[in-house]
Write a protein that binds this ligand. Sequence first.
Ligand code: HXC
Length: 260
Amino acid sequence: MSEYRTIKVATDGGVTIVTLNRPEALNALSSAVLEELIAAFAAFQADDGQRCAVVTGEGKAFAAGADIKELAATSAAQFYAADGLSRWQSHLVRAVRKPWIAAVNGFALGGGCELAMMADLIIAADTARFGQPEIKLGTIPGMGGTQRLARAVGQARAMELILTGRMMDAAEAQGAGVVARVVPADGLMDAALETARTIAAMPPLAVLAAKEAVHAAANLPLEDGLVLERRLFHLLAGTEDKAEGMAAFIEKRTAEWKGR
Ligand code: HXC
């Protein structure tokens, strides 16, 4: 069903599966990959039947970073004129209100690590490696690495990783708070899909609100975050799904969600 060149897109019930598909370049994130990811995420967001997405990589990498050959050919003026790299945040983070999972199967370096950290949660193969090696190329992370890694692992470890370019293995990434779960490599997609299906089966409005509220924790002062949480909680009290969920609990039956 895929009309894409650099990614593959499939659906499994209410789960969209996006596979980065440039294994010969370790899934380097070229501008063509970005444009196709933007299209795939827009389709995912627009389809009411799709409730959760999983992004993974073909071959031995999740993504080994932005495409270095493209980066090498882009001038400061070109980057600045186009507000280069802003579309990752606007189209893969801000525009996507439904949850998505990064299933990290191997190298997640530079922009690949940053893409994984844009996801709502990361499930990693035990063979995965995470790092921000941009310093070795004479540059720094440009798709959120300095901000999201510091929030995830704390300033001390983020500073060490970004200044040295050292990679973390999956166990360290989990211990540091980047990764939600580590699973054996051959069970990665099963684990990611099982989690995605679980989320896809939850009441859709509560899922949207939960995602919004948890992300606010990274952006808002505590008092403002607590207000947002309460307002979303108040909002959900008016939904049919909240009435159904509580009635089903009391009546000892399975709830049927309507998404309203
Ligand atoms: C373009 C890449 C690439 C990348 C790998 N390749 N990473 N091409 N951009 N980021 C290509 C190689 O050139 C090679 O192609 C093929 O993929 C296989 O890679 P090898 O290096 O031969 O594989 P291996 O020896 O297994 O080493 C794996 C690796 C290494 C350790 C992951 O490839 C590596 O260090 N890659 C670069 C990682 C990196 O610096 N990422 C940050 C990029 S900057 P050929 O044609 O030679 O066979 C970045 C900035 C983001 O992400 C924010 C601003 C945009």
